[in-house]
Design a protein around this ligand. Structure first.
Ligand code: 9MR
Length: 496
């Protein structure tokens, strides 16, 4: 097997589409696995060695083989990590198997606290065979922690593991920085700050996105309970998290499983009377290729349009049924039915997508909304959600789609993601977009679904704060038609 050739092309595609995160603070380690294993080991009896079979950069990487379980993998233990500190970690991972075309890997960390081991699932990522993926996260270790480790494994399965869960994992270019910006919730005493959800209660809900890991940190849950009355799962209700390939194959129709991670977030919402936004049903990303194939096979032939439309309806029905049977008391008040379907420059629907490759027009979106309306609970509103929604040509494309769907009674509004920079767009740009979307109809609802403001190019916290203030004042002005504002993550440290 010569993976190197294959990965060289793949790599460049992935690198250009990866958003760079700012790393602040001291470099803790940087391992390129060119000359030694740099202290990496397995988690049980895995074989961990340097190999020239593949490399993300340079000539070699780390190979983890002889894995006996999904949780076996490559691990860096201690490596200079200290209790009570926060870190930014990244590495590149890859696996190769000609039959198993995509596989979920997890970046995790663990530590010992008072004699018990605490495991944190930091990020789950769907990888395609032969492609290098950057996986990264911020990590905070409590002040009394010992035995800190960071590791990469397959998505954890308690049972029904197959050989695919034990395939070799290749790891390269692991970096770790002390992160001094992470988790201000830990560094700032927010006790005296007014609760955002109470302050804005007359106007709209205040939400945050969470991962299961975030809910394992008491400091974060305290923050969420105080400030938020809406939650969106960061990844746990996306198609790749919900669709169950084994069950789908057995049943001959798409089946959905609400896994433990998803359920933990939904239970947290029910226990704390927090409403829930579903994100997302139809998306070009984080949707397994096998979903589009005959018999749900990794290598099956693609379905025809008519067959896929039947599958789409069955899938959407299964999602709503699984949520209501697993978590009957969940206050599911909103769902992003379609996410990010348009190009930025007015080029119409996104070129690179399993959906557009099959349909070549917007009809899959009309169908998705029709099915969502049929199966969603009555009080769950349905949204088209996108980013750069203030870019004129894209705004026009979104407007046209949502106008049609709204007039047909199947869509309630627009989700404006709002991943912004300090100086772009301006508050006035956002106002223009809001005005345009409001002209769709009297009852159109807008939700700000993923707000975050990146500080870069010499801009400062103050610039960020000014834009937040300007935006929130604007949202209040339009509050009759804005029902919720969600920030993407509880702090900049855990935001995308
Ligand atoms: O925050 C999410 C991150 O953990 C995932 O790796 C990433 C993968 O696509 O998706 C991020 O969330 C995205 C959201 O689902 C849709 N809008 C853009 C968000 C940030 O990229």
């Amino acid at each position: 097997m010569n993976i190197k050739k294959l990965t060289a092309t793949a790599m460049s595609i992935l690198l250009t589409s990866t958003l760079a995160l700012a790393q602040t603070g001291e470099l803790i380690f940087s391992y390129d696995f060119e000359s030694n294993k740099d202290g990496w080991s397995g988690r049980q009896s895995e074989k961990v060695e340097l190999t020239g079979d593949a490399a993300h950069s340079g000539l070699q990487c780390l190979k983890v083989s002889n894995r006996q379980a999904s949780w076996n993998g490559g691990m860096v233990k201690n490596g200079g990590l200290k209790a009570g500190h926060s870190y930014y970690f990244e590495c590149y991972i890859m696996y190769y198997n000609s039959k198993h075309k995509s596989h979920k890997h997890q970046l995790c960390a663990s530590y010992n606290l008072g004699g018990s081991t605490v495991y944190m699932d930091l990020r789950t990522i769907t990888c395609k065979s032969g492609f290098w993926y950057k996986v990264y996260s911020t990590i905070s270790f409590p002040k009394d922690a010992t035995d800190m480790c960071i590791y990469v494994q397959s998505e954890y399965k308690e049972s029904n593991e197959t050989d695919n869960d034990k395939l070799d994992i290749y790891i390269d270019d692991a970096l770790c920085y002390e992160d001094t910006t992470i988790a201000p919730v830990e560094k700032v005493n927010t006790d005296s700050i007014t609760s955002l959800k109470d302050y804005y209660s007359k106007y709209f809900k205040i939400g945050t996105s969470v991962s299961t890991y975030e809910l394992s940190r008491e400091i974060a849950t305290k923050h969420i309970k105080k400030h938020c009355n809406s939650i969106t799962c960061e990844n746990e209700t996306k198609p790749d998290a919900l669709l169950d390939q084994a069950k789908s194959k057995a049943a001959g129709k798409p089946c959905v499983t609400i896994g433990n991670n998803t359920k933990a977030i939904m239970d947290f919402c029910v226990e704390n009377d927090i409403a829930f936004r579903g994100h997302t049903l139809v998306w070009y990303s984080q949707t397994p290729d096998w979903f589009f194939n005959k018999d749900f096979q990794d290598n099956g032939t693609k379905l025809k349009k008519e067959e896929m439309s039947i599958r789409l309806e069955q899938y959407i029905q299964a999602v709503f049924e699984a949520i209501s049977s697993t978590c009957p008391n969940l206050k599911l008040y909103a769902f992003d039915v379609v996410n990010e379907a348009f190009e930025n420059d007015g080029g119409g629907i996104r070129g690179w997508s399993n959906w557009s490759n099959l349909y070549h027009d917007e009809s899959f979106m009309d169908s998705a909304f029709t099915y969502a309306r049929k199966y969603a609970p009555k009080n769950c509103k349905l949204y088209y959600n996108d980013y750069n929604e203030y870019m004129q040509k894209k705004t026009d494309d979104i407007y046209k789609l949502v106008k049609r769907l709204y007039d047909n009674g199947v869509c309630d509004g627009v989700g404006m993601q709002s991943h912004l920079d300090c100086k772009y767009p301006t508050v006035d740009d956002v106002r223009t977009t809001i005005e345009k979307f409001l002209s769709i109809g009297d009852n159109i609802d807008l939700q700000v679904t993923e707000l975050d403001i990146t500080i870069k190019n010499n801009y400062t916290d103050k610039d960020q704060a000014e834009l937040y203030k300007g935006l929130f004042d604007l949202y209040v002005e339009y509050a009759d038609n804005i029902s919720s504002v969600t920030l993407w993550g509880t702090s900049d440290g855990v935001s995308w």
